[in-house]
Design a protein around this ligand. Sequence first.
Ligand SMILES: CC(C)(COP(=O)(O)OP(=O)(O)OC[C@H]1O[C@@H](n2cnc3c(N)ncnc32)[C@H](O)[C@@H]1OP(=O)(O)O)[C@@H](O)C(=O)NCCC(=O)NCCS
Length: 250
Amino acid sequence: MLLIRLPVATIPARMPDRRFAASEWRGSMWTRHDGGVSYARGWPATITEPSLLSWPVTLRPLAARDAKPWREARVRNAEWLRPWEPTNPETPLYQTSLGPYIAMVRTMRREARHGVTMPWVVLVDGRFAGQVTVGNIVWGSARTASVGYWIDELYAGREVIPTVLAMAMDHCFMVVGLHRIEATIRPENRASRRVVEKLGFHEEGIRRRSLHVDGAWRDHVCYAITAEDAASGLLPRWRSTVRAARSRIG
Ligand SMILES: CC(C)(COP(=O)(O)OP(=O)(O)OC[C@H]1O[C@@H](n2cnc3c(N)ncnc32)[C@H](O)[C@@H]1OP(=O)(O)O)[C@@H](O)C(=O)NCCC(=O)NCCS
């Protein structure tokens, strides 16, 4: 029997011994057929790292029930998020109301069923703290995607996003079967550039006026990581980095 061993600390509760048996996964994984090739996508997936940071951090699929904490966080973090938020050129306002949230959840969940998006919420010690979304998934001979993320300012600077991003990338490469994932970041967003640099994404250059952000078309620096770059797992590598830094501090 084919067993896929995941590098993360905890996987969905019903999996007995931190391993997925491909046969057990069929209830929750799609098998997609494309020109005779089939591949399973690893969705939905809930992934937890219980002990690396001061609190357990979890990625779990975005749900309608996140509406209230999502809205509360978006209102409180408006100034923090606005400069970096993708906007719609036709309705270029920062969104906090529930109507667009429900529409976003519906769209993302539909896209997740079709294998083109993986929308996660970030939980810190069980509380809603942000989002990580792997989107724009292209199958065929590309197997590429792009990733976006944000964290509530309350938790900023505590390495929550690098940790959950490492979990998400390992899942995408080792379970879903993607090959390359991009993060495009405004050049002036130093905090976000540090996140991907810490995990070993490669800087590939500027994409001119590539995304509508904060009400205008903005240049972005493209960073990317491939399955080969992450062959032994990003999370194990990131754990070693964090632990080495702690032991240097004492
Ligand atoms: C970018 C972002 C996701 C980083 O998440 P995080 O969990 O704070 O990541 P880290 O803890 O690794 O911190 C990354 C950098 O943020 C900066 N930082 C540290 N503490 C900070 C704080 N309290 N407030 C703001 N920035 C801080 C530091 O430059 C840090 O890099 P360093 O570790 O080399 O010092 C977060 O700042 C955020 O959500 N920003 C607003 C939305 C956004 O920019 N999203 C990404 C769009 S591409």
